[in-house]
Structures are given as C-alpha cells and as structure tokens.
Design a protein around this ligand. Structure first.
Ligand SMILES: C[S@@+](CC[C@H](N)C(=O)[O-])C[C@H]1O[C@@H](n2cnc3c(N)ncnc32)[C@H](O)[C@@H]1O
Length: 345
C-alpha cells in the first residue's frame, strides 16, 4: 500500500522537497523561539521588541532580527507599526501546545542528529547518544495541565493515602495532587539524577517536604527500592514510562512489573497509568496525530509503544482488571485505571 503524503501545494517532486525543507526550518525556528523564552514572552507581553531583547542579551540586534523576520515569512509572527513583532492568531493557537516542541522535537534532536549512526549500529542509544532529559521534562511540564485533571481525579477518586509515582520527572504531578488533598503523601522515583534534582526543587518550592519524598532509583524493579518508600503505598501512578519497560524488559518483564505493582497496592489499591497508544491499523496511520513520527523516535530510543488493547491484556495477565479508561488531552494518550479483582469491594 502506498500513501501520497505530499503536501497539498506540492505539484512536483521539487516542490515536495522544498515543502519538507520549509517545514523543517519553520519547526526549528519555532523551537528556538520557545527555548529562548520568546514564544512565552510574546504570548504574555503581546510583543517582542528586538532592540530591547538585544540589549538584555548583550548581543547585536542584527543577530535577533533574522529569526523573527523568518517567522513573519512563515506566518507565525507579524510586524507591528512600531517595528516590534507579535504572534499571529495561528501562533497564539499553537502556543498552548508548545510543550510538544520539546517533547517531540527538541528532546530528540541529539538522536536525530545521529540517525544514520543509530540505523547502522555505529552508535548505540544510551551509550553514545541520548535524548535530552532536561528538555523532555521542560516540555512535559507545560503539557501537564492536559493530563492533571484526569490523573488527579483518578488518584483523588481512589481515596489514595500514599502514591508512588514511577518515573516522576519534575514531580509536578504528585506535588499538585498533594496540594489538592492535604492527607495525601507521595514518593517520586526517577533514575535520572537531573530529573531528581528538579523534582526536589519542585517539592521544596511548594513546601511539601514533609509529605513528598523523591528517591533516585530504578522504577523497573520495585524490590530494589528502600522499604520505607514502598511502605503504605496504596496507589501507583506511572506516566509515559511503561513503554520504556516494554522495549527494555520485553512483554514478560512488563507484565512482571505490573504484577509487582498489583502486589504492592493490594486489594483496594489502584494502578493509574498514562500511555500513548501505538498504531493499531496501518491504514489509519495518516489520520493519527503525529503517531508514525512518535513511533519512529521511540524505535531509536529504546522505547516501544503498544496499542491500548495490548496494555489492557498485559494488565489482565498481571492479575488486575481494568476499572476505567479515561481520555487524556494529549496526542493519542489514555489513562488506564486498574485494580486487583477483590472480594473486599
Ligand atoms: C517521559 S518522562 C515522564 C516524566 C513524568 N512521568 C511525566 O509524565 O511528566 C520519563 C521519566 O522516567 C524516567 N525513567 C526512565 N527510566 C527509568 C527507570 N528505569 N527508573 C526510574 N525512572 C526512569 C526518566 O528519567 C524520565 O524522567
């Protein structure tokens, strides 16, 4: 089966290549605007004043202007009468989704810069190349509102008393849940020291050190975590991490981890997981927002997506039943709530 994915205005092969190149340049320029803080500034202040930016950064104004001028050409900025720039309505709409510029482009830039080496085995992901954890966390942080309602409601609805968050990243999710419920305690576990440092900062900034702990450790092996981390846990949240287990530990390893979680939370506890569903049917790939691209980046970064139905099967094999599947307002994501089938309820 072939699918013609040429852009609608590409008439020839040459048009097509240039359209692809334009998309690349535009996306890269927008990533720069976001990383430099100018996307947020334009959204907040209503305008970008190049000479003020240049003075603040102590650079020549001529270094700042070309980026802004290019984004005018591509319809994301427009010039005001006074020579400053403002976001176009299109860019204002895109701003709400700016976290994807990090999670889907910026964080994987080091990976795609060495794609040929990864394909040919000259480089190995995790040894020679890795995505930017810092940028991943930064992107997810601004996308969190899109899943906070769903996941927060699931945790609070389960009347959880102690939540263990596996792969906690910035810990913003668990700290927000603890802010909403003064009787809730939480432990965030992350393998990456940089993420743990950010998580510690979040906890301190929110004054939650007495109820939220951050532990650097391997979430794929619950038995390796200190006993006081696991003690009293009645809910486990795991957001955008299980697909890494699936690739690195295989299906049996993933079911094994889910079984450890089922044993940990006990008969009244809950697993609340957020995942991105992989492609179910190749014929529908083009209608799925970004999924083929998302699958590609996962293939080269030691991660593997699975369809929602496959996650439901693995949860069942781990001795749990699906209590609920809730929509998450993030690209092809879902929130699955599972519990042990129990006689106590
Ligand atoms: C995609 S991020 C998700 C972060 C957070 N759950 C969120 O939704 O914002 C995955 C996180 O899991 C962490 N991680 C990856 N493998 C891990 C492991 N084996 N044990 C603990 N954390 C891990 C990464 O460092 C990263 O912070």
């Amino acid at each position: 089966m072939t699918t013609d994915v040429r852009s609608p205005d590409a008439v020839t092969g040459e048009d097509d290549v240039f359209t692809l190149a334009k998309g690349y340049y535009t996306a890269r320029a927008l990533v720069a605007l976001w990383r430099l803080g100018l996307f947020d500034r334009a959204h907040r202040d209503g305008e970008l004043v190049p000479d003020a930016i240049a003075a603040e950064w102590e650079v020549d104004e001529e270094a700042v202007r070309p980026l802004l001028n290019y984004l005018v050409v591509r319809g994301l900025l427009e010039l005001t009468g006074t020579g400053s720039f403002r976001l176009t309505p299109r860019a204002h709409e895109a701003w709400a989704y700016r976290g994807y510029l990090s999670t889907m482009i910026g964080a994987y830039e080091p990976v795609f810069a060495r794609l040929e080496d990864l394909v040919t085995g000259r480089a190995v992901y995790g040894r020679d190349v890795s995505r930017s954890h810092e940028e991943m966390v930064r992107g997810l942080t601004v996308l969190e509102d899109r899943m906070m309602g769903t996941v927060g409601d699931a945790v609070l609805g389960a009347k959880a008393r102690k939540v263990l968050d596996l792969g906690c990243g910035s810990a913003r999710m668990i700290t927000r849940m603890c802010e909403l419920d003064p009787d809730l305690r939480a432990v965030g576990v992350d393998r990456d020291p940089g993420s743990c440092a950010v998580a510690e900062e979040t906890v301190a900034a929110r004054g939650l050190a007495d109820r939220v702990a951050v532990v650097q450790g391997d979430a794929f092996d619950l038995a390796s975590l200190p006993a006081d981390v696991l003690d009293g846990v009645d809910s486990v949240t795991v957001m955008f991490l299980l697909h890494e287990v699936l690739r690195q530990r295989g299906r049996a390893g993933t079911v094994g981890l889910l079984r450890q979680i089922a044993d940990l939370v006990g008969p009244d506890g809950r697993l609340i997981m957020v995942e991105v569903s992989g492609t179910v049917d190749v014929r529908h790939r083009e209608r799925q927002l970004f999924v083929p691209e998302y699958e590609l980046l996962h293939e080269y970064t030691n991660q593997r997506l699975a369809a929602r139905s496959e996650w439901e099967r693995m949860v069942g094999e781990a001795g749990m039943e699906v209590a609920d599947v809730l929509p998450v307002d993030m690209c092809q994501s879902f929130c699955l709530v599972a519990r042990r089938p129990g006689e106590l309820r």
